[in-house]
Design a protein around this ligand. Sequence first.
Ligand SMILES: C[S@@+](CC[C@H](N)C(=O)[O-])C[C@H]1O[C@@H](n2cnc3c(N)ncnc32)[C@H](O)[C@@H]1O
Length: 305
Amino acid sequence: MSSQTKTIGEMLEYGQMLFENSDIYFGHGTDNAWDEAVYLLSSVLNLPPNADRSLLDNSVSDNDQEKIAALFHRRIDERVPAPYITKQAWFCTLPFYVDERVIVPRSPIAELIYNQFQPWCIETPNKILDLCTGSGCIGIACAYAFERAEVVLSDISPDALEVTAINIDQHDLNSRVSAIESDLFSAFEASVKHSFDLIVSNPPYVDADDLAKMPDEYSHEPDLALASGDDGLDFTRRLLREAANYLTQQGVLIVEVGNSSVALEKAFPQVPFTWLEFTEGDGGVFVLTQTQLRQYADCFGDANK
Ligand SMILES: C[S@@+](CC[C@H](N)C(=O)[O-])C[C@H]1O[C@@H](n2cnc3c(N)ncnc32)[C@H](O)[C@@H]1O
């Protein structure tokens, strides 16, 4: 681009034009070229996500113009999701540190957190588990939504848990949010059985076909966070077998499975999954109560008996 002084608005139009003429895929925080340009430009100019449109006429220094243009080109050339470039993602209007050790937060579960999981959590949960926590976004947002709750974040990936720890620190939540490395519940102590009022999980659930077809941007995310066997349900099957043992009697399990919901219904036709509706996003999130998990234990296998 030419080196004459540009305004913020002109830089954004430039980014928009570059992105619209590229084959990048939107799906990691934005869904269009303009917002993607805003996201990257804002990180260089330190603008908040809700910056006022009156800033569009402000001029951008030559140095910042170069930095912004470099980010636009990196986004296109490397097909790297914008939050990995800026090292920041937003979830439930909260900022989270992210890098390639965790996926970029985007779960529709955010909407449930805003609504404090109503009407599924009849009473305010005292103890919450965010299973498959990655950056910690779901559990940390739950800690904000339920100011007295103790929240446990767990993940199988030590790399992901390093990012989780950064976010617990940044949100200053060490007094009631803890993290544990565990393959599902395998490292949980017996003493935490039947102690969680709410288990919420966005586990890996991409099936083998979808995984092979995903846009390049997803190749920057950890495989462990996406893939879950041929039908995308390897993890969820195990979770359904074991979750009741960690929930209180009134406890509730909320799990995102995306479009693997079709395979899940097919695998367990007898089970009355409640599928949640969202104002934004595709859904693919179900609720089962501890009572239902016990009732259908035979379908899931014998760990619930
Ligand atoms: C789809 S990501 C979700 C991350 C985060 N909850 C979010 O919504 O952004 C799934 C996470 O599950 C973790 N995971 C995969 N298999 C697991 C297992 N067997 N036990 C616990 N965590 C697992 C991955 O390391 C990854 O961080």
